[in-house]
Design a protein. Sequence first.
Length: 289
Amino acid sequence: MTAITSGNLLTDHPELYEERFPDPDRLAARWTESVLARHGAGPRVLDVGCGTGRDAAWLHRRAGRDVTGIDTSEAMLAHARRRHPGPRYHRADMRDFDLGATYDAIVCLDSALLHCRTNEELAAFLARCRAHLSPAGLLVAEMRNGAFFLGNTELLDGPRSHTFPWRGAAYTSRTTLWIDHGAQLLRRRRTWTVEDGSDDDGPGRDGSGRDGSAGTEQHSAWRLLFPQELRYFLTTAGFEVLALYDGPGPRTEPPWSEGAAPRETASSDRLHLIARLMTHPSDNGDTTP
């Protein structure tokens, strides 16, 4: 029998997450550093949704930045402290965090921003960013692009399966995506099965089928934001959008490489945002004396 949960096998087991989504060259962190350097960001960086901490740690150690990471997953944070030390890591929600500090840049990678599923949640996140950024601080985000799904169904055409080995077992995910148009959400149903022919404990003993006889069905969702809609939210929150484009980036094809210039399009499946906190209300188009 398949167990249904709102949990996430990969989030609950960070080493498995890094195996499923390897980034040995730290492409995401290097892309982020290129953006921060190009726009003259200061050294203090907050990584919202830092996950396993590998990007935060690279920015801290290799780029010499003073990095703090926040996440809601205790498992991810424990892994980050153990395997990717250097930054300060805190458990906090992106919609209501209060760290008592200011930063020169806030980064939000791998669609973490899209966990703000309602207009109110997105506005709350941007208000927290505004409260934690120094004057003219940067907000850098990388995410799925809602505009990609206008007439494009390649990610929605039936379930997709992926199998990869880890610690002697074969992990198989079967993923189905669909759009909840009313809520403007990309919803995901993912079923995990794990086979290794043994009765050893490990990831999967919670019903994910380590012996191949059962599975765990996990549900999640991301907000789908369109480029102009995102511009409106940011401008309303007091930010100036410096760039909003579909590639190249750390998760595009072809991926970003050193010196690659941003395209002037926003139609592919990833979206990259660079915005600066405006320092005066009049910068937001408010001409009220």
